[in-house]
Design a protein around this ligand. Structure first.
Ligand SMILES: NC(=O)c1ccc[n+]([C@@H]2O[C@H](COP(=O)([O-])OP(=O)(O)OC[C@H]3O[C@@H](n4cnc5c(N)ncnc54)[C@H](OP(=O)(O)O)[C@@H]3O)[C@@H](O)[C@H]2O)c1
Length: 244
């Protein structure tokens, strides 16, 4: 692994996002971690540099990118760990039936899960180094796989992640022209104990519910081993590819 790696994590206030930040900050080969979160948090000492930003506001995304660029840019890794599945205050809950479809809730889910990561790509892909293996990875979800959808429901979340997967595919094609060694991939973290999954953990066996730290470590390990030919595709925490 190259020494002196510089990384950025979006959704750093989330369970998995925070685990990514902690894991990367503890890695000897990482020198700087830009941790972007909606809440402006005090910057801890050491390698972590916090940046306030909402991925649904393009000015915020552009300002975060400018902060990283001013600090030297030249990133090795960009991770997007943001996402929404339910938010009572915003009227968002995974739909059990088409009867529950709601335009405003759907628009919000797409804004956070699809459009926000696309804006991050627009402003952060140019910050990736061009002369070495670099990675842009967004947390997607197995339930965004169209071929894997056997249970139905969860319309907006599934569709927003399927659309994110299509964004990743297109971005990977364009990114390869700029740097053939670059990777742009989606990741499925497994079922992880977090506020996002909390209401849906009842039927998950204890052994199948990962801590955020375990999921983050597993996914970083997967990223380390992926060849450039993996770009544009979706991988689970165990390295297995998930079909679109
Ligand atoms: N947990 C699971 O079992 C599981 C399974 C499959 C996929 N995933 C995916 O993994 C990613 C991380 O999820 P997590 O489990 O770590 O969830 P989480 O703890 O709820 O974190 C999600 C983070 O997304 C960011 N976010 C930005 N805009 C948001 C908005 N409008 N509403 C809510 N959150 C917003 C927030 O980060 P800031 O506070 O830093 O702004 C929030 O903390 C998501 O993309 C999720 O879809 C999770």
């Amino acid at each position: 692994m190259r020494a002196g790696r510089r990384v950025a994590v979006w959704g750093a206030g989330g369970a998995i996002g925070d685990a990514f930040v902690q894991h990367l900050a503890a890695a000897p080969d990482v020198v700087e971690v830009f941790a972007v979160s909606r809440a402006a948090r005090p910057a801890p000492a050491g390698k972590i540099r916090t940046i306030a930003g909402d991925l649904t506001v393009e000015d915020d995304v552009a300002a975060a990118a400018a902060t990283v660029a001013d600090a030297g840019g030249n990133l090795d890794l960009v991770l997007i760990a943001s996402g929404v599945l339910h938010d009572a205050a915003a009227g968002i809950a995974p739909e059990k039936s088409w009867r529950a479809l709601d335009a405003a809730a759907m628009a919000r889910v797409f804004a956070v899960n699809t459009i926000g990561p696309s804006l991050i790509a627009k402003h952060f892909l140019p910050l990736l180094a061009r002369d070495r293996r670099v990675i842009f990875a967004a947390l997607s979800a197995r339930v965004g796989s169209i071929s894997d959808n056997r249970a139905g429901g969860w319309y907006a979340y599934r569709a927003s992640k399927a659309a994110l997967n299509m964004m990743i595919k297109g971005l990977a094609i364009e990114l390869a022209r700029r740097n053939p060694a670059a990777l742009c991939v989606g990741l499925h973290p497994g079922t992880v104990d977090s506020p996002l999954s909390a209401p849906f953990q009842r039927n998950v066996p204890a052994a199948g519910l990962f801590t955020p730290a375990r999921a983050a470590a597993a996914m970083l390990g997967v990223l380390e081993g992926l060849p450039a030919t993996a770009s544009g595709r979706l991988f689970a925490w165990d390295g297995a590819e998930i079909a679109p």
